[in-house]
Design a protein around this ligand. Structure first.
Ligand code: TPP
Ligand code: MG
Length: 325
């Protein structure tokens, strides 16, 4: 989907773009949910329904040439960074026309042309990929920054500490974005983590902010301030976004471990719709947006279904370079 620019026009236009992107991510994942249940999506999928405002809010403050590294729950990151719907669905449905020619699927979907360095099944791995990318940006003096999205489960991984140390030491242009949904797979995050990110950031000398991760404007505003400082050469920054995971850890997760009365966060779409209502945008306008997005999503799925399947013979083509002799 088209990515929103860093200097979006007036506030209403920006709010409408936020809403359209939130709804696009939501509709894509709702459709994936059904496609997966019907057996059309191979492998595992982890949906970010309820967490979309983090992807959309952070991406609104990035430029096309900034880079992002994602997680196992990466559909929203990919789409909000500008991955085309057709290439996205074709990838998820394992088609040769997918952005990775159907070889990556949900957990390894990547698109270098939009600066999306990849989803990743290894918790915390995106931190090291984004740190490397930030180092490249610095060495090339590109003026770009790297962003690493990670869940609160990654706080228990060594990579956060290694990458935070290197990034702070080398003053790398990187924004760390924690999607704090309170869960790490089937365990409450607070049963696994002995520290908080505000204190952690202070210890490493990293600028820190916390935002309501269900409010796209709150995320966008906090991201903008931090990204400005990172781009100005002030070193890494960290944005912690509180949010809720509405679905299971993966599709098909019966969630027997989860309390029935768990309080869910506000719906990011309703929050954005309330902002729009204050600007005079009513239900009818939102329904038109919804109908257009539904049509775009269905067209992308139809194109993916019609495309040839991923091709086994070419599977190693982009992996190794063989030199003659
Ligand atoms: C290095 C590593 N350890 C363990 C796992 C198994 N695992 C998969 S997802 C996950 C928890 C992820 O929680 P979080 O990072 O908070 O992301 P969320 O699923 O909440 O979005 C774990 C432990 C893994 N994939 N990689
Ligand atoms: Mg989590």
């Amino acid at each position: 989907m088209p990515r929103q620019g860093a200097n979006a026009g007036d506030q209403l236009a920006q709010l409408l773009r936020h809403y359209e992107q939130l709804l696009t991510v939501r509709r894509c994942e709702e459709r994936l949910q059904r496609l997966f249940a019907e057996g059309e999506v191979p492998g595992f999928i982890h949906l970010s329904i309820g967490q979309e405002a983090i992807s959309v809010g952070v991406m609104s403050a990035l430029s096309d040439s900034d880079t992002i590294a994602s997680t196992h729950r990466g559909h929203g990151h990919a789409l909000a960074k500008g991955m085309p719907l057709e290439g996205f669905f074709a990838e998820l449905l394992a088609r040769d026309s997918g952005v990775c020619r159907g070889r990556g699927g949900s957990m390894h979907v990547a698109d270098m042309s939009v600066g999306m360095l990849g989803a990743n099944g290894i918790v915390g791995a995106g931190l090291s990929i984004a740190t490397g990318s930030a180092l490249a940006h610095k060495l090339k003096r590109s003026g770009n920054i790297a962003v690493s999205f990670f869940g609160d489960g990654a706080l228990a991984e060594g990579l956060l500490h290694e990458c935070g140390n290197v990034a702070a030491l080398m003053k790398l242009p990187i924004l760390l974005v924690c999607e704090a949904n309170g869960w790490s797979e089937f365990s409450p995050a607070d049963r696994q983590i002995a520290f908080n990110l505000a204190d952690w950031s202070k210890a490493y000398g990293i600028e820190y902010r916390k935002a309501d991760g269900n409010d796209v404007l709150a995320v966008a505003e906090a991201a903008e301030v931090l990204i400005h400082a990172v781009r100005d050469g002030e070193g890494p920054a960290l944005l912690e976004c509180t949010t809720s995971r509405w679905r299971g850890h993966f599709e098909g997760d019966a969630q027997k471990y989860r309390p029935q009365d768990e309080v869910q966060g506000r719906d990011p779409l309703e929050v954005a719709a309330a902002y729009l209502a204050r600007e005079g945008v009513g239900e009818q306008h939102l329904s038109q947006i919804s109908a257009r997005i539904d049509a775009e999503v269905e067209a992308a799925i139809a194109a993916a279904r019609a495309a040839p399947p991923a091709n086994y013979e070419s599977g190693f083509a982009d992996v190794y370079t063989l030199s003659a002799g």
